[in-house]
Design a protein around this ligand. Structure first.
Ligand SMILES: *[C@@H]1O[C@H](CO)[C@@H](O)[C@H](O)[C@H]1NC(C)=O
Ligand SMILES: *[C@@H]1O[C@H](CO)[C@@H](O)[C@H](O)[C@H]1NC(C)=O
Ligand SMILES: *[C@@H]1O[C@H](CO)[C@@H](O)[C@H](O)[C@H]1NC(C)=O
Ligand SMILES: *[C@@H]1O[C@H](CO)[C@@H](O)[C@H](O)[C@H]1NC(C)=O
Ligand SMILES: *[C@@H]1O[C@H](CO)[C@@H](O)[C@H](O)[C@H]1NC(C)=O
Ligand SMILES: *[C@@H]1O[C@H](CO)[C@@H](O)[C@H](O)[C@H]1NC(C)=O
Length: 420
């Protein structure tokens, strides 16, 4: 009755080919019972060996499961889902909470974490439309066979210990809306396969070990939410950021460098939250940020931004949370920002600001939570920069602003030249 797990290549000695994995452990903080690096790379290696064509991770177009059970399934789609889920069960090496303990037999709709619904194209046919194994702490990989679950709308596996890559066969999930693989041990470059999932709206890759650069195609895709924070992405944010239709864009805690693309203002019709904290972004904040009049959260803290706050911020009347702290911004903090109508929290600590409007001075009586510590406001304010930073603090705001603006342009030209 039970499908047996075929793991054909177990005897093959696998050279550790994913050098990135060796580095991953030191940065991995989010999993509860972390795998050792050797375990993670061994699971990833098994995934590669399981691919029908080496290095591919796709399913053949004529793929059918070879299922020998004496029970009939409600319909062929449930039979296929059974094949995919059993293949997944075979790709699981540790399931401490026994989430997949009842993944036995043909009634896949009764499996823990599996939901069924009537097929969109045939209301009389029951199909598997969702898998949710969130918080399972399961160690394993995603087998290519999951691509056979053509009716999946939701795939949620956050907070597990899945390793390896997202197989190419996921581009066969033509109804998938939500892909949440956050807080696992996935590796490799940005998983391009997610961009081939036709109706994907919610993409959550955060807290993994993905590396390399973001592809510009990410912002051309019609997504509602982009979470790629807490990986090891590097390089510049693609210039076409403004093409994105997402309401939430979270790129925090990576190694992004360079400027915020000036196209950012083009997101005015859709963008609710822009979270870029803790990267290595530099240059000045582009004036176009002020075009985001309905955005509620902007967090650019913990970067290397220079120059002054764009004047246009006073036009961002939807702003509730603004965090520019821990940068190298200078100049003034204008009253118009601190008096924005729905602003609740504005942090601008640890910069080189030297002029502070009365409306921006923190006070318990104000509706806005303000934080001005670690700046150049002098003796009048507590916790300001001392000795070491005096030279920086002595620059006048306007000089600082002009220098930095010009510096930003030069950097951009230079970068273009090196691309040629
Ligand atoms: C796991 O769940 C299955 C099915 O619910 C149960 O039969 C089995 O005893 C459980 N195993 C453990 C170790 O709890
Ligand atoms: C995408 O962005 C580029 C550059 O930022 C812009 O020229 C182009 O018009 C945008 N395309 C769409 C469809 O918004
Ligand atoms: C901002 O939001 C208001 C209220 O929902 C809406 O009327 C306006 O069109 C929006 N502005 C832009 C530029 O999308
Ligand atoms: C604020 O928006 C108005 C209307 O779009 C524009 O004319 C003005 O220049 C903006 N203010 C700043 C400081 O950018
Ligand atoms: C304001 O936001 C910062 C982070 O941006 C947060 O640390 C702080 O707790 C917030 N303050 C209030 C009062 O919400
Ligand atoms: C104020 O901001 C500074 C610098 O970013 C930070 O270290 C401090 O914890 C903040 N204070 C409060 C009360 O949030």
């Amino acid at each position: 009755m039970e499908a047996t797990c075929r793991r054909p290549h177990h005897h093959v000695v696998v050279v550790v080919y994913l050098s990135g994995v060796l580095l991953a452990g030191a940065l991995l903080t989010a999993t509860t019972a972390a795998l050792t690096d050797a375990e993670a790379s061994s699971i990833a290696a098994r995934q590669l060996l399981s691919f029908h064509e080496p290095g591919d991770g796709d399913l053949p177009d004529d793929f059918e499961f070879d299922i020998h059970v004496d029970v009939t399934f409600g319909n062929p789609r449930l039979r296929r889902a059974y094949g995919a889920l059993q293949a997944w069960r075979c790709a699981i090496y540790s399931d401490p909470k026994n989430f997949t303990g009842n993944w036995v037999g043909p009634d896949v709709c009764s499996y823990f974490g599996v939901t069924c619904a009537n097929a969109l194209d045939d209301p009389t046919t029951t199909v598997v439309d969702g898998v949710d194994l969130n918080g399972g702490d399961i160690a394993g990989y995603l087998p290519v066979e999951l691509g056979a679950m053509a009716e999946l709308a939701l795939f949620h596996t956050n907070s597990n210990r899945f390793c390896g890559i997202i197989p190419k066969s996921f581009n066969r999930l033509s109804l998938l809306h939500e892909l949440d693989v956050s807080n696992n041990r996935f590796v490799g470059g940005f998983p391009h396969v997610v961009l081939e999932i036709p109706v994907l709206k919610y993409l959550d890759l955060r807290f993994n070990d993905f590396d390399g650069e973001l592809p510009p195609e990410l912002f051309k895709k019609d997504l509602d939410a982009i979470f790629v924070n807490s990986n090891r992405f590097v390089g510049a944010i693609p210039e076409n950021l403004g093409n994105s239709t997402a309401t939430v864009v979270v790129l925090a805690n990576n190694g992004f460098v360079g400027c915020i693309p000036r196209s950012v203002g083009a997101m005015v019709g859709t963008l609710d939250q822009l979270v870029l904290l803790n990267n290595r972004l530099d240059g000045c904040l582009p004036p176009e940020i002020g075009e985001l009049v309905n955005t509620t959260v902007v967090d650019v803290s913990g970067n290397k931004f220079v120059g002054t706050l764009p004047e246009g911020i006073v036009n961002m009347t939807g702003l509730e949370q603004l965090d520019v702290s821990r940068n190298q911004l200078a100049g003034g903090v204008a009253e118009g920002i601190c008096e924005l109508p729905v602003l609740a929290n504005f942090s601008f600590g640890d910069n080189f600001f030297s002029v502070e409007a009365a409306a921006c001075v923190p006070s318990l009586e104000k509706m806005v939570a303000l934080n001005d510590s670690g700046n150049c406001f002098g003796d009048g304010r507590p916790e300001q920069k001392q000795q070491l930073s005096v030279r920086m603090c002595s620059q006048t705001p306007s000089t600082a602003g002009r220098t930095f603006v010009r510096g930003g342009h030069l950097t951009r030209h230079r970068r273009r030249n090196t691309h040629r």
